[in-house]
Unconditional design. Structure first.
Length: 167
């Protein structure tokens, strides 16, 4: 990976659920968000980072949310919806898209930390607005088309083990 222009203003949008499930399913491990953030910024002008998280009824994830805040990731919290019959849902896709579009004017680079192919249209839109869009995710669970449309794809599988927390 080549050095990145230091003057670029960078925002990092982290789809926490997407990363969590990929790391758990592929490596039976947790994600090192500090290393993710450091690699995403890559020595450039850090503007802000959002981590899109889900709160359950038990609230057991509160220490995790605090840990994200301490390393400079602002948490966007949504409550887990549970339906009769046990179905659960907590989808941040629309929130991520809105934040990206709302904040893009003051940025040069948006780093989307997600392998979700639902973000292809967002990446194309941001690029059409003259923004550089970098996607970071575990390559083995990332949409092939998302990798193609991004200006750069950073494969977290290739940066192991620094992107995973040791148990």
């Amino acid at each position: 990976m080549q050095p990145k222009p230091k003057e670029q203003r960078v925002e990092v949008l982290i789809d926490v659920q997407n990363l969590y499930h990929s790391a758990k399913n592929l490596y039976h491990a947790k994600v090192n968000y500090g290393e993710i953030l450091k690699s995403a910024i890559s020595g450039r002008k850090f503007i802000r980072a959002f981590g899109y998280v889900v709160r359950t009824k038990t609230g057991e994830e509160a220490p995790f949310f605090d840990a994200l805040s301490k390393i400079g990731i602002e948490t966007r919290v949504r409550d887990l919806q549970e339906w009769y019959g046990g179905a659960k849902k907590a989808d941040w896709d629309v929130g991520i898209v809105i934040d990206a579009i709302r904040t893009a004017s003051g940025l040069d680079v948006i780093v989307l930390v997600s392998g979700d192919g639902d973000f292809i249209a967002l990446v194309e839109y941001l690029k059409n607005q003259g923004k550089r869009v970098e996607v970071m995710a575990f390559g083995r669970t990332t949409s092939a088309r998302l990798k193609e449309v991004a200006d750069e794809f950073i494969d977290l599988d290739e940066g192991l083990p620094k992107f995973l927390l040791k148990k």
